[in-house]
Design a protein around this ligand. Structure first.
Ligand SMILES: [Fe+2]
Ligand SMILES: [Fe+2]
Length: 165
């Protein structure tokens, strides 16, 4: 029997989104590993943060509204609040990276805090939210989300609703 898991059409939305979580974590971890050994190129971290901002956008724009409409109000509320905290943590980390006088230990600590926040968020989002995505989203909403996953870009200047002003 053919292995159908290699066909993108057969990958569930949940597993496609989980893959984004792993990739984002991986970028931050790569930077942390380099920084532990001395000065590090921030590119993997910056790419991971760009990917995380886009990931937050796609969840808030395409995934959460239909789940909220289906009655998952409280879990979505918690996810949105945590997105705000992640967004603020990324802004603070951006400022540290841009500051030549920033202590490497402080940057390292901020990266580890971001990873811990992501772990706490993703470990709820994956079992509670993502497992419902394929069940609740209509074919049209699901196609829209897949299309964005493949080609979409976060709109210029978009800011997560619950981030601090
Ligand atoms: Fe999320
Ligand atoms: Fe997510």
């Amino acid at each position: 029997m053919a292995n159908t898991t290699d066909d993108p059409e057969n990958v569930t939305l949940g597993s496609a989104l989980e893959r984004e979580h792993r990739d984002i974590d991986g970028g931050i971890e790569a930077f942390v590993a380099q920084l532990t050994d001395g000065p590090a190129d921030p590119s993997p971290l910056m790419r991971a943060m760009d990917a995380l901002r886009r990931h937050i956008y796609l969840e808030e724009e395409f995934l959460f509204p239909p789940l909220k409409a289906a009655g998952m109000t409280m879990p979505i509320f918690v996810m949105l609040r945590e997105h705000g905290a992640l967004w603020n943590a990324m802004d603070a980390l951006d400022a540290r990276i841009a500051d030549d006088a920033a202590e490497p230990d402080a940057v390292l600590g901020a990266c580890r805090d971001l990873l811990a926040q992501l772990d706490a968020h993703n470990s709820k989002e994956e079992p509670i939210i993502y497992t419902q995505a394929d069940r609740i989203l209509t074919a049209e909403a699901s196609d829209e989300l897949r299309e964005f996953l493949d080609h979409g870009r976060i709109p210029e200047g978009w800011v997560c609703a619950t981030a601090a002003a």
